[in-house]
Design a protein around this ligand. Structure first.
Ligand SMILES: [Zn+2]
Length: 274
């Protein structure tokens, strides 16, 4: 059981028992633009038509865009993979939907590098459901930021799209009070050149490469913040972001991601999937 789950023991939720949330309320600040973008994604991406992993046609009832066969090859809903190392990190817990194995790699690769920004909808929805089911309550959800050069090259920050979709799904399931703040953090320093650096150097470089957008300095004080990203592996990026938020006065910082690769023992590996 992760730290956040201990804190919220007994408060876990089941989506099936939840009523459908209205769009009003403290987190219901959906403007016309957000509604339009959601509708546009529905047109570009006919929900449940093709599996995000194998591309097979799937039943429209499969809500998250993954066929039954591929889904059975994914380790879902794992506990906090970095729990044993939490003292090393500035964040207070990690909520992954699944382990970063072969199928999740396919999904994330297609999403980020294969020109499929529409995949944010099913992936982000899974993250929203994961957050809701954890029972963890938070005030703000925001994305791990991307440097402007990378943003220009890719055309979108996948973490930003996921944060927005996760908030929408969380609210749809009945979650309250979670506000999505686009651009809460910035990444003024590019860190692509860090590839190959050792962990210590990487950590020290990362520490100085993120910042809080100044207009939100007052808003985050003592707040519980969910930091969204597609994948968490070493935890060093999330740690650097969480440190910035904590130093700026945030109360708690939790990481919500689609897949996580850390903290897994060899016995959990399945050779047929790797
Ligand atoms: Zn499939």
């Amino acid at each position: 059981m992760g730290a956040f789950e201990r804190e919220n023991a007994g408060q876990g939720r089941k989506p099936a028992a939840a009523g459908k949330a209205g769009s009003s309320g403290p987190a219901g600040d959906r403007g016309p633009l957000r509604r339009f973008l959601s509708a546009a994604l529905d047109i570009v991406y006919p929900e449940g038509l093709y599996c995000l992993c194998c591309g097979d046609i799937i039943e429209p009832s499969r809500r998250h865009g993954i066929c039954d066969r591929c889904s059975s090859e994914i380790y879902w809903n794992i506990s906090d993979p970095l729990e044993r190392d939490l003292d090393m990190f500035s964040f207070d817990g990690v909520l992954p939907c699944c382990r970063y194995g072969y199928r999740p790699r396919q999904i994330i690769s297609g999403f980020k590098n294969g020109g499929r920004p529409y995949a944010a909808k099913p992936i982000g929805s899974l993250m929203g459901e994961r957050l809701f089911m954890s029972g963890l309550e938070a005030d703000i959800i925001a994305a791990v930021p991307m440097h402007r050069d990378k943003l220009r090259a890719r055309g979108f920050n996948q973490a930003e799209l996921l944060a927005e979709q996760a908030q929408l799904e969380y609210e749809r399931l009945g979650g309250k009070g979670l506000r999505y703040i686009p651009g809460l953090m910035q990444k003024p320093v590019a860190t692509d050149s860090m590839r190959g650096s050792d962990a210590v150097k990487r950590r020290s470089l990362l520490h100085t490469s993120f910042s809080l957008s100044s207009q939100y300095a007052d808003i985050i004080i003592n707040k519980r913040i969910i930091l969204a990203d597609d994948v968490v592996t070493t935890g060093s990026t999330a740690d650097a972001c969480a440190r910035v938020l904590k130093e700026a006065g945030a109360g708690r910082v939790y990481v919500l991601c689609f897949a996580s690769g850390s903290g897994w023992s060899p016995q959990y590996e399945r050779s047929d999937l790797i």
